[in-house]
Design a protein around this ligand. Structure first.
Ligand code: PLP
Length: 395
């Protein structure tokens, strides 16, 4: 087994290291405090109180009210639940609007819905990964049940103008859900002033454990649950609560809120130093996606003439972890649907690598990565059957 201490971890959009403060807070709920939060005695009630505290902490991070937070099993469940709810609320509205760059947690779910009789409109993006808001607005019809658009893209870090989309949705009287799984904990969020109906988040992207997430449901929005059974989560998500993980998500949210301002500066500085150094030291390197409206921790780079799968293997030998395309799609070397939607030429898309920084990265990680990457890219280019293939710099 390779432990976290041995590696240079630049894949924080795939998952993050648990914060020690989070582990400390969750452990007693796996050992001592094992009561069922729905039980009527004190041993259960104290667990209920711990869940309530977690709800307050998540709400504080989002600038929402605790009653608007529903705990789920992951970000995927949160996204699925929001769209399913919208389709069940009004049988006359059988149309969903989404974008071409969503995570599979939205994309594949929408495709499945389309196969089962609903209609789907997929709005494209430009070469920088930006959405055309007029096209989005034109896609909305009286049959539209919901618009589901991510806040930050997991592959490029490009941010969509969620405030403006919320305004369009409000004007057109359709529901708006956002997948904020890559956004929460990375940039400040104040939901109180927004007209969003729902938002998904996932603990393992903000130094919490895997297998727990939350769905924010605006208190004025109707909601139909996907998981049917007990009356947990005020009838919005049945099933005995995953207490230790919910407590952990609460602590992760509290830590993220406390660290947000400092991390935004520190992580951004690391990402920027890393990106600038590679653009300078490795010829024919391109940044994919807008560099202005972007998460502070992500860079998606194409090193012309290489195959990103081969680079991943070579980096792995140096214990450097990053992604070639979306982590959820690794195993099969397929071109990223995000880069395809941005019309990044195939060769450049296949040469793309995502590096994503986080709380536990250090300047030493950046230094080590900068020692490893340029010679690996040079070697791959030298080994390339076509020689050091180059694309025109104007692409
Ligand atoms: N949406 C986005 C943008 C993601 O990056 C991810 C995870 O990579 C998900 C959804 C799925 O979240 P989870 O792994 O918690 O189901």
């Amino acid at each position: 087994m390779i432990s976290g201490e041995q590696i240079i971890y630049l894949d924080n959009n795939a998952t993050t290291q648990l914060d020690p403060a989070v582990i400390e807070e969750m452990l007693p709920f796996l050992t001592k405090y094992y009561g069922n939060p729905s039980s009527g005695y004190n041993f259960g009630r104290q667990v209920r109180q711990a869940i309530d505290l977690a709800r307050e902490r998540v709400a504080a991070l989002l600038g929402s009210e605790p009653g608007e937070i529903v705990f789920t099993s992951c970000g995927t469940e949160s996204n699925n639940a929001a769209v399913n709810s919208a389709l069940r609320l009004d049988p006359n509205r059988r149309h969903v609007v989404t974008t071409a760059v969503e995570h599979s947690a939205t994309q594949r779910h929408c495709e499945m819905i389309a196969k089962s009789g609903c209609s789907l409109t997929v709005v494209g993006v430009d070469s920088e990964g930006n959405l055309d808001l007029e096209e989005l607005e034109r896609a909305i019809s009286p049959q539209t049940a919901i618009i589901t658009v991510m806040w930050a893209n997991n592959e490029t870090g490009v941010l969509f103008p969620v405030e403006k989309i919320a305004e369009i949705a409000r004007r057109k009287r359709v529901l708006f859900h956002t997948d904020a799984i890559q956004t929460v904990g990375k940039i400040p969020i104040r939901l109180a002033g927004l007209t969003l109906n729902s938002l998904a988040l996932s603990a393992h992207k903000l130094h919490g454990p895997k297998g727990v997430g939350a769905l924010y449901v605006n208190k004025r929005s109707a909601f139909k649950p996907s998981m049917i059974g007990g009356s947990q989560e005020k009838n919005r998500r049945a099933g005995t609560e995953n207490v230790a993980s919910i407590v952990a998500l609460g602590k992760a949210a509290e830590c993220a809120a406390a660290a947000l301002t400092e991390e935004n500066v520190r992580v951004r500085a690391m990402r920027d130093r890393f990106e600038s150094a590679l653009l300078e030291r490795v010829p024919d390197t391109f940044v994919n996606g807008s560099r202005t409206d972007r998460l502070p921790n992500t860079t998606n780079l194409s090193f012309a003439g290489i195959d990103s799968g081969a680079a991943l293997v070579m980096f792995d030998r140096h214990q450097l972890c990053c992604s070639a395309g979306s982590a959820c799609r690794t195993g099969a070397v397929e071109t990223s649907h995000v880069l395809s939607a941005m019309k990044v030429p195939g060769e450049r898309a296949r040469a793309s690598m995502r590096f994503s920084f986080g709380r536990f990265n250090t300047e030493a990680d950046v230094d080590k990565a900068l020692e490893i990457i340029p010679p690996v890219i040079a070697k791959l280019r030298a080994l390339s059957p076509t020689g050091a293939t180059r694309e025109p710099a104007t692409v």
